[in-house]
Write a protein that binds this ligand. Structure first.
Ligand SMILES: Cc1ncc(COP(=O)(O)O)c(C=O)c1O
Length: 385
């Protein structure tokens, strides 16, 4: 970002971070498709040596993400899970982690299997309840890991409150910002130490790339994450870095439309006779709404719904024309899925049910299409039941 200039988000996506090629002035940073660099002298500590460690295209998108999340250091990974793994790798055998009880299934699997095998223990709680976080803290708790809004129940955690509980116990607070995107929420401003995201979703935004990002302002944590990125090697390729940076330029425009469409559909579905429940942080009357109103700029494009008892979920999700039955979220196209069978199938059923994720829950990623077309599609799908 240009020194000393304050920019609003819509300007930062286009002018924040490194948005031109320092070598040529090209207004679009080129794809430096190289694995290695010619070193001018032996042992000379060149700025660029090998792409796993240094690549200008990756550095560019990392700097933009750091700017958008209001942090100092950004890191790009080959997937959201690689980003989460890198952050969790700051934990060691004997450490304990407190995390949300309705986090993304892949995150649960990483903690419950890979980290558990390495000797890291965890307690899963409803992080929307700061007393529950407090009660779960142990002498060896080193991290409080939040997803807000959460996946798939869209619960909202007060980031400021959760971070202060973590800090009172000398633990770090980490927020998965995938659902909100930095347009809707900047967790570092609310006291989080690290923010991460699956870039596969809103950041990439077109369902054509897989990526992950980590941003922090803490130099020690940044050094640790850089070391893990270099050592494990799950870096974002130059091609994918270019594509995500291209997408970020329209992040504000896209998320604004996702927000508008989702709020309108959630409000309409909430009063629909064939819908039992809508989970969306933009619906007034819940604690989630009150916190979301305070800490989010918009309520996001994600919601979950439950049909009235006895209605056939399978028939509903298979018979839509605009909404596609598919995993993932955050792309321009509207998607629909059933977490118990798809995105959250890696969580054992009894744990899913314990955490309120019913077999029939339907998760909706509202795209940026024409609102009337989206509404008509859902209406015909519901009418047919
Ligand atoms: C909230 C959240 N975090 C992390 C991930 C993992 O990201 P990726 O699929 O890019 O590895 C996902 C994937 O769906 C997600 O929904």
């Amino acid at each position: 970002m240009k020194e000393g200039i304050t920019m609003n988000f819509e300007t930062k996506v286009i002018h924040g971070g490194i948005q031109e090629d320092p070598a040529t002035g090209a207004v679009v940073p080129p794809i430096y498709q190289t694995s290695t660099y010619h070193q001018q002298e032996l042992g000379g500590n060149a700025e660029y040596e090998y792409t796993r460690g240094e690549n200008p295209t990756r550095f560019a998108v990392e700097s933009v993400m750091a700017a958008l999340e209001n942090g100092k250091y950004g890191f790009a990974f080959s997937s959201g899970m690689a980003a989460i793994h890198a952050v969790m790798s700051v934990l060691h055998a004997g450490d304990h982690l407190v995390m949300g009880n309705d986090v993304y299934g892949g995150t649960f699997r990483l903690v419950n299997s890979v980290l558990a095998d390495l000797g890291v223990t965890y307690t899963a709680v409803d992080t929307a309840d700061s007393a529950a976080i407090e009660a779960a803290m142990q002498d060896n708790t080193k991290m409080v890991y939040l997803e807000t809004p959460s996946n798939p129940l869209l619960h909202v955690t007060d980031i400021e409150q959760a971070a202060s509980v973590a800090h009172a116990h000398d633990a770090i607070a980490v927020v998965d910002n995938t659902f909100a995107s930095p347009y809707n929420q900047t967790p570092l401003d609310l006291g989080a130490d690290v923010v991460l995201a699956s870039g596969t979703k809103y950041l990439g935004g077109h369902s054509d790339t897989v990526s992950g990002f980590v941003v922090t302002s803490d130099e020690t944590l940044a050094d640790q994450i850089k070391m893990i990125q270099l050592s494990v090697g799950a870096v974002l390729s130059p091609q994918e870095s270019f594509l995500v940076q291209r997408s970020l330029k329209t992040l504000a425009l896209r998320v604004e439309r996702h927000n508008e469409n989702a709020l309108a559909l959630a409000t309409w579905l909430n009063d629909h006779e064939k819908i039992q429940k809508v989970y969306y942080p933009g619906l007034p009357g819940t604690p989630d709404y009150e916190i979301a109103k305070r800490q989010m700029r918009g309520f996001g494009g994600m919601m979950s719904i439950e049909l009235q008892e006895g209605l056939d979920t399978k028939q509903f999700v298979e018979n839509l024309n605009v909404f596609q039955l598919a995993e993932s979220l955050g792309g321009v196209e509207s998607l629909i899925e059933v977490p118990a069978v798809m995105t959250h199938a890696s969580i054992p059923r009894e744990i899913r049910l314990e955490n309120g994720i019913k077999d029939e829950l339907v998760r909706v990623s509202v795209g940026v299409e024409n609102l009337a077309d989206l509404k008509d599609d859902l209406a015909q799908g519901l009418d047919a039941l």
